[in-house]
Design a binder for this molecule. Structure first.
Ligand code: ATP
Length: 582
């Protein structure tokens, strides 16, 4: 329990000071909260003493005590306000800091990480996990430390009045603490199970939403929803079981405190009746018996979430400790943009995909990579962009090993246009300007015109301010492709990696996209996974890849003369293109 609290305090980092100041205010707030009760008890006590024929009661005291009580009530709320002012914002600041840090971190891990982890798991850490910390982390520490500080204040008063009763108070607190430990232990044990149930549910929901088009087309709604239903019912079952498990320890924790209050009350009355303490002190102890444990009663709720918080912190630490692919990288500014592969071998897992691949792409030339499906073309492009680290060999860009770049510094030199375009759920303007956030309106329109998308964007009711659905769902494939090219044109990077996506596009769109690509690639170093014969034939260099090895390289003219893989590939493409034309 203490370890978890210490961990949360450490998590506060630069905000620790604010947290501690908050505790000081909390301590004073507790003192001021106790003062009106003490004054009321003494006033009533003095009145009773007078009635019994004791010391004469000074009536002026009533007015004075009311003023004092009002002052303490005001001070209590003032210190409470100050505590909240210092502490309440901390969790929001921390979570915002961590969300941004994770966003940055995810940009810097190998893409292999996203295969190792489910999207739902990552999503859960960033959303539910951090939300748990945001909502419960600091509150839990505050309830715990604030609660015991409050208890300590009242305990001091009790000890001053009667040390024996303070021992009863301490014994009750210790008794209840034992059950708090039981609750926190149970919470620690069950939190991973509960978190796994949440992750399974998120993954099932994502899978269901993503697969809906396939589900509908195969008329399999029943099958798909059954996975969701199973995940929901499992989650309900697990959470209910855990909640019920807390009940016994919770009840006993509360029972011990209530019995403690009762014992203090009985002891106070006994001491008062037997004249061992004054009436005022008897009344005061009676009042305090009700409030002494009030601040530690809710700690059991905090102990419940201890495991959940620990688990959220573990997830956060696991994310933060993920190895960066650009560890040790630096900002590099290039003066030339040729690409060289030196004896590169690579596999996503134990299976080797690229086997001792070497080639050179001179700057400002076009290199087409051709080969059968699964031969390793996309893998080469992914390695140039350092999405993965090579197993052996090296890749140089502009004479610098890609290992030596930070991801941002490397990718600032590269524009990638994929077959499968991803557009953000945002305006068309922001999607295009993603390539260059500093671009002016003039630059934006110029890029859109070059990418042949200005006309269709202008025809939309909200023009460039039209919101594109998630993934670009509200646009056609050709429109999305042209927007992604406009994005790359605006970025104006010296190296272009292009997965030429013309196979599935109609002739009119193909014409537009080719025009857009020509604008994009002018004067750049281009690596293209080429499908169209026209692009391949015009390339300065063709690399033919087969089973992860470069089996042929040269110009179109040189390669068709050989009776090799390329010639066969050209014959197949010619047939396919003729078939497309018919
Ligand atoms: N992330 C991955 N994890 C594991 N294996 C992968 C991964 N991506 C690709 N592969 C495997 O690596 C091999 C090469 O894939 P790659 O995508 O580079 O081929 P490609 O030549 O671009 O194919 P295509 O023309 O069909 O797109 C394939 O056998 C593929 O199954």
């Amino acid at each position: 329990m203490f370890k978890s609290i210490k961990r949360i305090i450490c998590w506060c980092g630069e905000f620790k000071g604010k947290l501690y100041i908050g505790f000081i205010f909390s301590f004073f707030s507790s003192w001021f909260a106790a003062m009106p009760v003490i004054i009321a008890a003494y006033t009533v006590g003095m009145l009773i003493e007078e009635k019994k024929g004791g010391t004469r009661f000074n009536t002026k005291w009533i007015g004075f005590s009311i003023l004092l009580m009002l002052l303490f009530v005001f001070l209590r709320f003032l210190f409470d306000y100050l505590r909240a002012k210092f502490q309440e914002t901390i969790s929001y600041e921390l979570v915002s800091r961590d969300r941004l840090a994770i966003g940055d971190l995810l940009k810097r891990v190998s893409l292999g990480y996203f295969q190792k982890m489910n999207t739902g798991d990552i999503l859960n850490s960033i959303t539910t996990g951090l939300h748990t910390l945001e909502n419960m982390g600091i509150r839990m520490v505050d309830t715990f430390i604030g609660g015991y500080l409050n208890f300590l204040c009242i305990l001091i008063w009790i000890a001053v009045i009667n040390p024996m009763i303070s021992l009863i108070t301490i014994a009750s607190m210790i008794g209840s603490f034992v059950f708090l430990l039981v609750i926190s232990k149970y919470s620690m044990l069950n939190a991973p199970v509960s978190a796994q149930a949440d992750r399974d549910l998120t993954n099932a929901a994502i899978e269901y939403a993503r697969g809906l088009p396939v589900v509908k087309s195969f008329g399999q709604d029943g099958v798909a929803i059954s996975t969701m239903k199973k995940a929901c019912s499992e989650s309900k079952k697990i959470h209910l079981k855990i909640e019920w498990g807390f009940v016994p320890a919770n009840c006993i924790h509360l029972l011990v405190l209530k019995i403690g209050s009762l014992c203090i009350l009985l002891a106070a009355v006994y001491l008062g009746v037997t004249n061992q303490i004054s009436v005022s002190n008897m009344l005061l102890l009676s009042f305090l018996s009700f409030s002494v444990f009030a601040s530690i009663e809710p700690i059991s709720d905090s102990a419940h979430v201890l495991g959940v918080i620990e688990n959220a912190m573990n997830q956060l630490d696991a994310l933060k400790s993920e190895e960066f692919i650009d560890e040790g990288g630096r900002e590099v500014s290039l003066t030339q943009y040729g690409i060289e592969f030196h004896d590169v071998s690579f596999g996503y897992d134990s299976r080797l995909i690229l086997n001792h691949v070497s080639f050179t792409i001179p700057e400002k030339t076009t290199t087409a990579i051709v080969g059968s499906s699964g031969s390793g073309k996309t893998t080469i492009c992914n390695l140039i962009a350092k999405f993965y680290a090579v197993n052996s060999g090296s890749i140089e860009i502009g004479g610098v090993n890609v290992k030596d770049f930070t991801c941002d510094s490397l990718l600032s030199n590269i524009s990638m246009v994929f077959q499968k375009v991803y557009l953000f759920h945002d305006t068309i303007r922001n999607n295009i300007c993603f390539g260059n956030p500093k671009a002016t309106e003039k630059d934006l329109i110029c890029a859109a015109k070059k990418a042949c998308c200005h006309d269709f964007i202008s025809a939309l009711p909200n023009g460039y301010d039209t919101i594109i659905g998630e993934g670009g769902g509200t646009l056609s494939g050709g429109e999305k492709q042209r927007i992604s090219i406009a994005r790359a044109i605006l970025k104006d990077a010296p190296i272009i990696i292009l997965d030429e996506a013309t196979a599935s596009i109609d002739p009119e769109n193909e014409h537009y996209i080719q025009a857009a690509i020509s604008e994009l690639t002018k004067g750049k170093t281009i690596v293209t996974i080429a499908h169209r014969l026209a692009t391949i034939e015009n390339a300065d260099q063709i690399l033919v890849i087969d089973h992860g090895e470069i089996v042929e390289s040269g110009t179109h003219k040189q390669l068709v003369k050989k009776e090799g893989v390329y010639k066969k590939f050209v014959e197949i493409r010619e047939k396919a293109e003729r078939w497309n034309m018919e």
